[in-house]
Ligand binder design. Sequence first.
Ligand code: 13P
Ligand code: ZN
Length: 270
Amino acid sequence: MKDILKAPFITEICKTTSNMYRMGWDERNGGNISYIVPEDEVSQYLDLNKVIRTIPMDFDASFLAGKIFVVTGTGKYFKNVEDNPAANLGVIRVCKDGRGVELLWGYEDGGRPTSELPAHFMSHIERLKVDPEHRIVMHTHPTNVIAMTFVHSLDEREFTRTLWQMCTECLVVFPDGVSVLPWMLCGNDEIGRATAEKMKEFRLVVWAHHGIFGTGKSVDEAFGLIETVEKAAEIYIKIMHMPIKQSITDSQLWILAKAFGVKPREGYLE
Ligand code: 13P
Ligand code: ZN
């Protein structure tokens, strides 16, 4: 068996959590990541017949039965993951009946997966239906995105349009736009279901006054989406109280869409 601490699916999460902490997005235990790892990759590092313990879940994830994930632990700090991956991360496999997960590695101090596991798993289910290559769900607390949910309309079209107008590349990076949920209690099935419902059509879902969920085929894609939204939100927060002299128009956004071959979400541009 190869050393799991050198497995790319562990080292990549370590690097990313440290990076996200340094971005200032993941204070204390804020944020969580889940990453689908193909069985033939995990089996190079772990004996898949050895289950350390089974962790029950009170929602149905049978669509994901047998799938293996790396998931950050609940209550764990992103700043500490890199120094001690075995305590802060877990490699888990969804049980056959979808009502629990089998721990294959990690959570060494008795830990368990993130409290946002319902939102992660339900989002994985919807994104996999849209894109079989989908792998990552990433949740974080980017400062300016959260700030924006206090001062901007939460209407998805309005919210997306403002972000697109803040920097030229936004439309190219997320032509499918950003979905927005109003404030809800986090860490339960209800917000999980609401998030997953949006994930049928969006790769990005903002939780007002809380944070954001980003998804993708790779860590880079999910991170890149969130990073671009956060950059646009930062510009919005910096300029919103100043007189605007000029901005990017809808016809310029159409020119951009044509040049880069992207299709803006239907009805979002005039
Ligand atoms: P966990 O520590 O359970 O992952 O929760 C952090 C968080 O961001 C909740 O929304
Ligand atoms: Zn959170």
